[in-house]
Design a protein around this ligand. Structure first.
Ligand SMILES: Cc1cc2nc3c(=O)[nH]c(=O)nc-3n(C[C@H](O)[C@H](O)[C@H](O)COP(=O)(O)OP(=O)(O)OC[C@H]3O[C@@H](n4cnc5c(N)ncnc54)[C@H](O)[C@@H]3O)c2cc1C
Length: 802
């Protein structure tokens, strides 16, 4: 057995094999995979082998598209068969909401170049004649849906990897992973020790145990899952062509042809987590005992939807475990807090996603970044707050919702509240309707009077519309107050703090007492963060950005660490409030003896507010005159009572995220993972105006940003006023210019201040005329939209800066 390697992958399921292949594809040939048994010995061997592109996250859908197209390539390279059946598939909708969701998915597919199609009951009858269409409104047909041979495909990946130089050691169990001082790994197996520069955890059902060997936790949990294979059915074997897949979300089932019969699997409500206290090393190539009682309701439903099933005998029942992350997406990338340790776990749909996961991880390992935004599957999207106690109920919820309609304004209830600030009960008493961000409870709005204390999930304007309008008006006419807990915050201290910031951030780093906005770029010039930098002194800075991205950002900071700059994640150690609106200055002045009048836009000061030591920043994401006031969480309630009592005569009003996201539209402010994301460069999004090309520093991404400046990118971010009805854009709606899809929305919503529906979108720069008129598809309807270039509130920023 080889005893040294550049990269060692633990686990020979479909995911480990795909990572191995993709590393060789990208040029690493000194790579190795160890498998404790035979290839496919975890979840992989008993999978139903189905694949599809449908995924609520657009980047995940694109990676699923990549995976499906890869199989032919594998067959060509290896001469092996993946047992491909490209039969197409239809997802049924039995009510208007489900149909609306499919229509919205179809709209996204248009700009992604996927050839899906909305079909009515008559077409479904032709595509899938065994379906009882009672109550079916329509469906989405995807010609790429199909299935394959799980074992053949995994072996094809393995052969292709071997052809690229990779080594595979079977019957070799990893028992310890020990890091050396230089960051490389000694991997102890039952056949000897292997020294690896990089380590990949692709241990599937045992990923938790393998992660624990390195002292870390991967937030996933295995769930039991069953599918049934029927005896031969004449309705199937007498057909001229293979029957396509049918996904019936109402019945939580997926169905396809298997041989001369059918195969149907269920995501049943009374589902069971498996191996709660850990996966036994003795679990091998085996199945769980049949449990048809657990899926009895689902089977009854299926008998009605596919009456042919009632006449079919059961040939076999496959009951096995597979892993899920709390949101159902994979856990991929560098594990925060560890060096040279990579995750390729939690892949619940290995045959839809395994290729994309392998490709992205291999790009990350070989080049330092991926070609697209992989936040949706980044292992760093969960922070240190995540525990098995949180993961398990979330995974159960995810399994149960696998086929549910998922709405843009939906807040899922399991495992909540998980993390709360000292304001939780005070805000609850004020009517807070809570949302959930990165484990934290965040107020979406505050219900008053007969406003609903639960926001009903919808694709259209929600029943929080009136409450949001009221809060927006209160901010714009008086003063609003909201927490600043949900910002990611870092303290950068030390003699080298400024130099470090200058290198890591593309923008200007401010002088003491001042703030600046700056993009953080990847080496290839893509956006890795949009930060606010506050200089408290030459050796002390506070930087803020997305709360949800804090671990991803911290990981990047650690990868670029410098001994004389100390970086500390203080996201949960500094909290406070933002106050915004024309009376916000009066409010602040009423709470302090310090000078308020002299604080200019983008100033930062240490001040005493009431009794509490605070950092006050003159800035507002709502676009109003406003302040962010940070304090120690222990002082937050005291600070609240000071501001709240002083604000009473001014009509102080608490406002939530719904109002904030409406207010920011008026000034065309973008937001992280919508307008600004690793999918885009600064110049595409307008963030380049914050890049300091004047500073004499080789900041990360400089060469790429300069290239963009010399040759402006082909697309640019613009704003439209949309002639909408009762639904606004959410994201990724296609933008039609001259009747062709030429762009897509990045976010939008309703401006309560202006009474207008607004869309932010990326379109070709060459077509971005000042008076451009386009159409945007919202809920299946083409809506006229015209470009606007003047902000809807405070167009010359005199209020915000005044
Ligand atoms: C009933 C059922 C039906 C399914 N149907 C589908 C479907 O239709 N389509 C689809 O896309 N997905 C389906 N899946 C899910 C699919 O099986 C998984 O997504 C996929 O198999 C995950 O692969 P993996 O490589 O991540 O993990 P695994 O297959 O679990 O592989 C992990 C491997 O790591 C090895 N290993 C673990 N620890 C060590 C160690 N210490 N040392 C050495 N080796 C180790 C194990 O032996 C194992 O071979 C289904 C799952 C089930 C249970």
């Amino acid at each position: 057995m080889k005893t040294t390697t550049q990269a060692l992958i633990i686990g020979g399921g479909v995911v480990g094999a795909s990572v191995l292949y993709h590393l060789t594809k990208l040029g690493w040939s000194d790579v190795m995979l160890v498998e404790r048994s035979e290839l496919t010995s975890g979840s992989t061997w008993h999978a139903a082998g189905g694949f599809h592109t449908l995924n609520g996250d657009t980047n995940m859908a694109a990676l699923q598209g990549y995976t499906i197209k890869l199989y032919r390539e594998l067959e060509e390279i290896t001469g092996m068969s993946c047992g491909l059946h490209h039969v197409g598939g239809v997802t049924l909708a039995d009510n208007q909401d489900r149909f609306d969701m499919l229509v919205a998915e179809r709209a996204k597919h248009r700009y992604m170049g996927l050839e899906t199609e909305i079909v009515g009951p008559e077409e479904i009858a032709k595509i899938a004649p065994i379906t009882n269409l009672d109550g079916i409104v329509g469906g989405l047909y995807d010609p790429l849906d199909g299935h394959l041979d799980p074992s053949g495909t995994t072996h094809a990946y393995a052969k292709a990897a071997r052809m690229g130089g990779a080594t595979i050691e079977l019957h070799t169990k990893v028992i310890e992973t020990n890091q050396r001082a230089d960051g490389t790994w000694d991997v102890v197996t039952d056949k000897g020790t292997i020294h690896a520069e990089h380590l990949v955890n692709a241990a599937g059902l045992w990923a938790r145990e393998v992660a624990a060997m390195a002292g870390t936790y991967v937030p996933l949990h295995p769930m039991e899952h069953q599918y049934i294979v029927t005896d031969d059915l004449p309705e199937i074997y007498e057909r001229d062509a293979e029957h396509p897949h049918v996904m019936d979300p109402a019945g939580e089932s997926y169905l396809r042809q298997e041989g001369r019969g059918l195969c149907i699997g269920f995501y049943e409500q009374p589902c069971e987590p498996w191996a709660v206290d850990g996966t036994s090393w003795d679990f091998g190539h085996e199945l769980l005992p049949d449990n048809l009682d657990k899926i009895a309701d689902s089977i009854d439903f299926a008998y009605n939807r596919f009456p042919v099933l009632e006449r079919a005998g059961v040939k076999s029942v496959i009951h096995g475990p597979f892993t899920f992350a709390p949101d159902g997406n994979p856990l991929v990338g560098p594990v925060p807090g560890l060096q040279n340790y990579w995750s390729a776990c939690g892949v619940m749909a290995g045959f839809s996603q395994g290729g994309g996961v392998g490709m992205m991880l291999a790009q990350w390992m070989t080049t330092g970044e991926c070609e697209r935004d992989v936040t949706a599957m980044d292992v760093g999207r969960y922070g240190k707050w995540i525990t098995p106690g949180y993961t398990r109920p979330k995974v159960i919820e995810n399994y149960q919702n696998r086929f549910s309609v998922s709405y843009p304004n939906e807040e899922l209830p399991a495992a909540r509240p998980h993390r709360t600030t000292p304001m939780y009960d005070i805000f609850s008493d004020l009517g807070a309707v809570w949302g959930h961000q990165f484990g934290l409870e965040v107020a979406n709005y505050f219900a008053q009077g007969d406003e609903p204390d639960y926001e009903a999930p919808t694709f259209r304007r929600s029943d929080a519309f009136a409450a949001t309008a009221r809060e927006v008006k209160a901010v714009r006419s008086g003063v609003g107050i909201n927490e600043v807990q949900n910002f990611g915050k870092f303290a950068i201290t030390g003699a080298g703090a400024r130099a470090w910031l200058d290198r890591i951030m593309a923008g200007r780093i401010p002088m003491p007492g001042r703030m600046s906005l700056t993009p953080m770029l990847s080496p290839k010039g893509r956006l890795w963060g949009d930060f606010t930098v506050s200089c408290l002194s030459e050796t002390e800075f506070q930087i803020t950005a997305s709360y949800g991205a804090q671990d991803i950002h911290h990981r990047w900071f650690m990868q670029n660490a410098q001994p004389d700059a100390h970086v500390e994640n203080i996201s949960d150690r500094r909290t406070g409030f933002q106050i915004a609106g024309p009376r916000s200055r009066d409010l602040l002045a009423a709470c302090t003896r310090d000078d308020v009048e002299g604080i200019k836009f983008m100033d930062v000061r240490r001040m005493t507010i009431g009794q509490v030591a605070c950092i006050v920043q003159r800035v507002s994401y709502t676009g109003d005159l406003g302040y962010e006031i940070y304090c120690d969480p222990m002082g937050q309630r005291q600070l609240w009572w000071t501001l709240w009592q002083a604000g009473q005569p001014m009509g102080i009003t608490p406002f939530g995220m719904r109002a904030m996201m409406s207010l920011r539209l008026d000034r065309f402010f973008g937001s992280w993972l919508s307008e600004f994301s690793p999918d885009y460069t600064a110049a595409e999004t307008g963030m380049d105006r914050f890049i300091s090309f004047k500073k004499n520093v080789g900041f990360i991404g400089r060469a790429a940003a300069e290239a963009d400046r010399a040759n402006p990118p082909a697309r640019m971010s613009v704003v439209f006023e949309v002639d909408a009805d009762d639904a606004d854009v959410v994201a990724y709606e296609p933008v039609f210019i001259d009747g062709k899809v030429q762009g897509f929305s990045t976010s939008g919503g309703y401006s309560h201040h202006a009474g207008k529906s607004i869309a932010l979108a990326l379109i070709p720069r060459a077509l971005a005329t000042e008076d451009l008129e386009v159409e945007i598809e919202i809920m299946g309807q083409l809506r006229k939209a015209k470009r606007i270039t003047t902000p809807l509130f405070d167009p010359d920023a005199t209020v915000m800066r005044g």
